[in-house]
Design a protein around this ligand. Structure first.
Ligand code: NAD
Length: 346
């Protein structure tokens, strides 16, 4: 039986609860599919300050570089205390340039919309998240928005490649190039060029982001793949999560050419941390994305089988209302939901 190594970063708040749940589900699915996993647990976030004196210890970066794949819980960054943001640093240092967030209507999760099936591609390494801020005069501060041709081109390429491989019909770029003519202008130019030169088979659309957001809440089913720069992608991801039942059901991946880290879109949820109420589904779904990614780059079909088993399991648990967590209107806790999944992946 093949054995693959995964770096596990429990993180803060509900992170240790949801990553532990996902690990158990993935192990059970792997055992049923004929593949096993070795988990290398590494610190990050506020928890790591206590153990290693840094929010993102070098050994954590080294482990992800070595093993190439990680499953991460959310982390908190102490605000205004001089610690670097773990997520921003991780994505920049490992060049995890594509944040991929599939947002889909889930069985039996009642929302205002049906049949939502959107995949967001967010540029993950620059824009306003470069953290270059200056006080240029007392009472006057600036934040620098950076766009490079290299980063705009590679995220556009990633979105179109994905759309093409998955038989998606359309890529829509959200932008504000009417105001930010140079930075968003470059983003648009790169996207359009990749489309024209390499993927004319896919429909291409450009929308000014304010209009795009209005269209999203009016009729999200008109969208397919969304492509945008860093800050817009951050905001639109949460907006889209709201269309399908909230942060508990939206997974995510941060993908680069040499490594990939998978994590739910939600944060540390300090209001429910330690209560056993957290919905681990988004983390489990991120694990499914991770297994599919491993199936591709390790060429191991058993990882794909394990991913399919988990997907079928959560679809069954949700459709039959077997264990519904509080965020989705039920009463089940993390443990009950996890057990329900494990029973069905075997
Ligand atoms: P949040 O996502 O932590 O919580 C927003 C709301 O959604 C809360 O009411 C929370 O209880 C609920 N929620 C989130 N995930 C849930 C789950 N799995 N199950 C049930 N309910 C869930 O957002 P926030 O409150 O804005 O942020 C809290 C902290 O998380 C901040 O320190 C922020 O910086 C951090 N954060 C980290 C990441 C990350 O590491 N990837 C992402 C976002 C926020």
């Amino acid at each position: 039986m093949a054995k693959h190594t995964i770096v596990l970063i429990p993180g803060d708040g509900i992170g240790p609860e949801v990553t532990a749940a996902a690990r158990r589900v993935i192990d059970a699915a792997g055992a049923a599919a004929g593949v096993s996993f070795e988990w290398v647990t590494m610190p990050a976030g506020e928890a790591a300050i206590k153990t290693d004196g840094d929010t993102l210890p070098e050994k954590t970066l080294e482990a992800i570089t070595q093993y190439k794949v990680g499953l991460k819980g959310p982390v908190g960054t102490p605000i205004g205390k001089g610690f670097r943001s773990v997520n921003v640093t991780l994505r920049k240092k490992l060049e995890l340039y594509a944040a991929v967030r599939p947002v889909r209507s889930m069985p039996n999760v009642k929302t205002r919309y049906d049949n939502v099936d959107i995949v967001i591609f967010r540029e993950n390494t620059e824009g306003l998240y470069t953290g270059i801020e200056n006080e240029i005069a007392p009472g006057v501060v600036t934040s620098l928005k950076v766009a490079t041709e290299k980063a705009c081109d590679r995220i556009a390429r990633a979105a179109f490649r994905y759309a093409n491989r998955r038989n998606r019909k359309k890529v829509t770029v959200f932008h504000k190039a009417n105001i930010m003519k140079l930075t968003d202008g470059l983003f648009l130019r790169c996207a359009k060029q990749v489309w024209e030169e390499e993927y004319p088979n896919i429909q291409y659309e450009e929308l000014i982001i304010d209009n795009g957001c209005m269209q999203l809440v009016k009729d999200p089913t008109r969208f397919d793949v969304l492509l945008m720069e860093n800050l817009y992608g951050d905001l639109v991801s949460d907006l889209c999560a709201g269309l399908v039942g909230g942060l508990g059901v939206v997974p995510g991946a941060n993908i680069g050419d040499h490594a990939a880290v998978f994590e739910a879109v939600h944060g540390t949820a300090p209001d429910i941390a330690g209560k056993g109420w957290a919905n681990p589904l988004a983390c489990v779904m991120s694990g499914v994305m991770m297994l599919n990614h491993m199936a591709d780059f390790l060429r191991d079909d058993a990882c794909k089988t394990a991913a399919d088993r988990i997907k079928n399991a959560y679809n069954t648990v949700l459709s039959e209302g077997i264990a519904v967590t509080r965020d989705l209107g039920g009463t089940a806790g993390t443990e009950e939901f996890t057990e329900a999944l494990i029973k069905r992946v075997k």
